[in-house]
Design a protein around this ligand. Structure first.
Ligand code: WTA
Length: 657
């Protein structure tokens, strides 16, 4: 059974949980949002946008003249960082805590809205002093430390564009992202703490910039986090603390157009080249703020919110940096891994800070489930009042465990579907309003028109499956792919006329609730992270031993899907190749070096042929059958029907890593 079949079966799960009465008060106001949005969608979004501070008010919500290139609130002007900081300080809540930082070694830092604003002003001046101007790109390669948030806001404050690169990516991945965006500055650190030890970061940036590999980069700002030794390039490298020390304290936030680009975030697509997803300012901030406030039932005066995502992913952008800060929330950020120095570290953090909302990924929940409830049970988790899930479908068993063991049967769970491209949450229950169902993301948020359609793009009825689309533009939608308008149109707007194609399969149950069934393209979802089969295949064939490679996402109990690679070796090159186990290790490390450790195949299988159709297309479906250890499906369209037998025998012989 494939992962999506499994989900499809579970989609018949009939459990349902009533809204918690504690949320009843909020619920009245929240359920009105549905009416407001369906009465007048544009007036609804205008009202949401008006909750921000506009230096110059907008008059029109959506300009769709150049569809599918949207412009939202386009004649308005605002400053994103001002909305996240200054306006709260001016409103008299400067002493409210914005960030509780917990380092992995146990060190702490607290930033109030006033002190965070002061740091961002200085950082903005430091960037300006280094020649960064409106529209310039700044790459950020940092661990989850306060400087990560400060850097993003400082870039936004001066109207420049950040491109955050997840700390788990390799030098090659950093270089290709810097080159694609022509970044002028890189912000990194000597390292960060992970799994109980200091792990260096700057060497990957040094390697990415070596020689004249990234000629657009003028400077590298280096945050001191671990105190570890670093190589230093005189004239290019500058310590963050020196730049901050020299910077002026005052900085007045300038107003930028609502459509001024805010960030680029690279994500895997179906080809080998990652896509630079482009987001702009006013619409993005409107929806990040609106969803954060309503989906998490935020009470900024009393809540302590914690989203465990890294800023290297879209969840860290929208639900660590922009949504929470624009809402004046108090939040926890944590640098390290969940099991350092002990497997109860997350629960200890919740107890220590009195966390009220926890937003995390199903893969984390499954790994805690595996360790057993004794670990969370040893901590006081009664401060929690709402739980969130994101990144992949949460299987009903994990949902139930999350509800019972972590949420004490009292916290509503919001299973939030969205994407790097959508910028903010699109489909989710609303606490206090929706009867929740384990495993389903359920309903489009007010203001969002999500559909499940058939091959022709017509909405399917209840109890039917199809493709997930969004039928009308939304404020935080991507504005394009950096430098590649054609790919933007092709990828998202060509499959169905006038509808955004999300790339996910979905099904409506008998109540019309939406269940997500996984990707329908060559994108895998490993631990909630998107990986492209093609990108990993290219990495494999870039090794001189490999003639051909086919990669599939196989079902995995812990990570949702896992990368399984089938490779054909080059007979002329493998004289120096070691035995199969060592060979697999070398190739796995090669993928880690090319893309990053997250892309490492779980298994590499050496085969003599790959199953192909007569037109030469690799039949990944059959390889998935092998990788998931089930009977091989229909082979009648294969050019050589004997191939699968040979592959099957090979596996039976135990040729796994
Ligand atoms: C998947 C992460 C089911 C989906 C915010 C989507 C989900 C991809 C869910 C986007 C969910 C995300 N239920 N599937 N609640 N949330 N996905 O860009 O396949 O890293 O297309 O954004 O993750 O991943 P991305």
């Amino acid at each position: 059974m494939s992962a999506s079949d499994a989900i499809e079966n579970l989609a018949h799960d009939s459990r349902s949980f009533e809204p918690n009465p504690e949320f009843a008060k909020t619920a009245v106001a929240t359920s009105e949002l549905y009416d407001q949005a369906s009465n007048d969608r544009m007036a609804f979004w205008k009202a949401q946008a008006e909750k921000l501070h506009w230096h110059k008010p907008f008059t029109e919500a959506l300009d769709w003249t150049y569809a599918p290139f949207a412009r939202w609130f386009a004649d308005g002007k605002l400053n994103v960082a001002y909305n996240c900081l200054d306006r709260h300080v001016e409103a008299g809540i400067g002493s409210r805590v914005a960030l509780y930082f917990e380092g992995e070694p146990g060190d702490e830092q607290v930033y109030t809205y006033s002190t965070l604003l002061a740091a961002v002003k200085k950082a903005a001046n430091a960037l300006t002093a280094l020649g960064v101007r409106q529209g310039d790109r700044v790459a950020i390669y940092l661990p989850m430390i306060p400087e990560a948030v400060i850097s993003m806001l400082a870039v936004a404050r001066i109207g420049a564009i950040h491109s955050v690169i997840f700390g788990g990516f390799s030098a090659d991945s950093i270089a290709s992202r810097i080159q694609d965006a022509h970044a002028k500055l890189v912000i990194t650190s000597d390292g960060g703490y992970r799994k109980g030890k200091a792990s260096p970061l700057k060497p990957a940036v040094d390697e990415a910039l070596r020689g004249n590999n990234c000629p657009t980069v003028e400077h590298v700002l280096v945050v001191e986090r671990t105190g570890g030794d670093v190589d230093w390039s005189e004239g290019r490298d500058i310590w963050w603390k020196d730049a901050m020390h020299a910077a002026h304290e005052e900085h007045v936030a300038e107003a930028f157009d609502a459509e001024n680009p805010l960030f680029i975030l690279y994500t895997s697509g179906t080809t080998g080249k990652p896509k630079g997803i482009l987001h702009t300012s006013g619409g993005y901030l409107t929806q990040a703020t609106y969803t954060h406030r309503n989906v998490f039932d935020l009470k900024p005066e009393t809540d302590i919110y914690w989203c465990t995502a890294d800023i290297g992913w879209i969840t860290g952008h929208s639900y660590v940096t922009y949504g929470p800060l624009a809402n004046g929330a108090t939040q926890v950020i944590y640098e390290g891994t969940p099991d350092s120095p002990h497997p109860g570290r997350w629960w200890e953090i919740i107890q220590k800070y009195g966390v009220t909302q926890l937003y995390t990924a199903p893969t984390a929940i499954r790994s805690f489930m595996k360790l057993g409830r004794a670990i969370p049970d040893a901590f006081d988790l009664r401060s929690l009042r709402l739980l969130g899930s994101v990144g992949e479908s949460i299987n009903p068993e994990a949902w139930m465990w999350y509800r019972e063991v972590i949420g004490g049967n009292r916290c509503p769970i919001v299973d939030t579907w969205w994407q790097t491209e959508t910028g903010a949450i699109m489909i989710s229950p609303l606490p206090g309003v929706t009867h929740t169902k384990p495993g389903s993301a359920q309903v489009a948020l007010p203001g969002i028109n999500a559909q499940v359609v058939d091959d022709e793009g017509n909405p399917v009825g209840n109890d039917h499956g199809g493709y997930l689309t969004v039928a009308e533009p939304w404020p935080s939608m991507l504005r394009g792919i950096w430098g590649d308008d054609e790919r933007y149109v092709d990828t998202y707007w060509s499959r169905f006329d006038g509808q955004y194609f999300a790339g996910d399969g979905a099904k409506r149950d008998e109540d019309g609730d939406i269940w997500l069934l996984g990707r329908v393209d060559d994108v895998m979802n490993v631990s909630g992270h998107r990986l492209s089969t093609t990108e990993i295949e290219s990495a494999l064939v870039s090794h001189h031993w490999v003639a051909e490679a086919a990669v599939v996402g196989a079902k995995d109990e812990l990570t949702g899907q896992a990368v399984v690679a089938f490779v054909i070796l080059r007979q002329d090159e493998i004289a120096d190749a070691p035995n199969e186990a060592d060979l697999a290790k070398v190739l796995r490390d090669h993928v880690a070096k090319q893309i990053g450790p997250i892309a490492k195949p779980r298994q590499i299988l050496v085969v003599s042929e790959l199953p192909k159709t007569r037109s030469g297309k690799i039949m990944r479906r059959l390889l998935r059958d092998v990788a998931e250890d089930r009977p091989i499906g229909d082979v009648t369209t294969l050019a050589d029907s004997g191939v699968m037998g040979a592959i099957g025998n090979k596996i039976a012989g135990g040729a796994t890593d």
